[in-house]
Design a protein around this ligand. Structure first.
Ligand code: 5GP
Ligand code: ZN
Length: 112
């Protein structure tokens, strides 16, 4: 989608520190990391947020989670947080579905 920063990262128009990419999923380092490891997992397809995904996205949503788990495992990370903020009130600032994969520090529960 035009004017979407994460679509631009997925297409290569905007640079990011990409750690994994295939035809459906891109994983890159967060510009403003909130943990020693802070990656963003996004679909190449523009979906604004989780509650705008549809039944046809079911396999893609599963792939995002499995990709996050595989990357964590490949990095030797066993304890991590996988978070998506759905809507501005929940902290979403970029309107392209993304999961934060965070690790390397203690996390509070309940999440702040
Ligand atoms: P949200 O607040 O929407 O859940 O998360 C958006 C995340 O995207 C933030 O953690 C922010 O640091 C990150 N971010 C925003 N713009 C860019 C960018 O251009 N490049 C990268 N690598 N991360 C970005
Ligand atoms: Zn987008």
């Amino acid at each position: 989608m035009k004017d979407c920063i994460f679509c631009k990262i997925a297409s290569g128009e905007v640079q990011a520190q990409i750690v994994y990419q295939d035809e459906e999923v891109v994983v890159f380092k967060d510009l403003n990391p909130q943990a020693p490891t802070h990656l963003l997992i996004i679909p190449v397809k523009h979906i604004a947020k989780l509650d705008e995904a549809s039944k046809e996205d079911m396999a893609l949503l599963g792939k995002l989670q499995l990709t996050a788990a595989k990357i964590a495992k490949d990095m030797g990370i066993t304890d991590f947080r996988l978070i998506t903020n759905n809507g501005k009130g929940a902290g979403q600032s970029v309107e392209h579905l993304h999961y934060h994969l965070m690790a390397g520090r203690r996390f509070l529960w309940p999440a702040g």
